[in-house]
Design a protein around this ligand. Sequence first.
Ligand SMILES: [Zn+2]
Length: 224
Amino acid sequence: MSRYSNGKLPASELVQVGTPTQVTTRATAQRWGNFVEDARRTYGWVPRITPGENAYRDYDTQVRTKAWACNQGNCGLAAAPGFSSHGGEFEGRDAMAFDVAHWQEVGWAKFKTLAERNGFTVGWFSSEPWHIIDFAPFTMPAGGGNAINTGMPAAPTRKGQQMDLLLLLITPNSGGLRRYLIDPRKEAHREISSLKYNIYNNAGFLGVAGVQPEAYLDQFPNTF
Ligand SMILES: [Zn+2]
C-alpha cells in the first residue's frame, strides 16, 4: 500500500534535487546526495539527473512525457500516465525514480555498485539501465546525509610501490573538477581530460582518493 496515489504527492512532500523542475521526497533527495558524494569520492565521477523532468513526475508531467515518447516514435519509453515509477507509487509500493543517462561514463558495474549501496534499485527495466528507483522514499537513509557513514571500504593502498608509479588526482575548481596525472619522482603534474582519467582509472592506476584541495597539486609543481 503506497502513501499517495501515483502522481499525486502534495507539494509539502517535495524538495528540489536538481534543476527547478527536478523534485523528489526529502529521504530520496538525501539518498541521491549520498550517491553523488560516494561517486565523487570513490571514482571522481559526479552523477547528475538527466536534464528535463527526470525525477518525480506528477500526473500531468506523465501525460506530457508519454506524449513526448510517442512523438519520438517510442511510446514504450514512458509509462502510461498514472503508472510511472517516477510518480511516487509503483505497483502498490512507494517509489521514486531518477534517470541518469550518463551512467556509461563510469560503466555498469560501478554504477550498479554505487546505486545499490546508496539505496537505489537498478535494472528494474532491462531496457532502461539509466533508470534507478528508491523504494523507501519516506524513510531517511541510515547515517543521514554524511557520505562518510555509508560504510564503504577505504580505498586500497599499496605503500612502498607508489614512488614507482604515476598517480591520479582530482581537485575542484570553479567549473567543476580538474583531473591530473602525477609523477611523484619528478614532483610533476599534467592535467588530463575526464575521458583519459577514466581510461587510466579503469586500467587500475592508483589514485589519491576523493576530491582533494588544490594545495595537493602545489606539492607537484613541475610539469611533464
Ligand atoms: Zn526513468
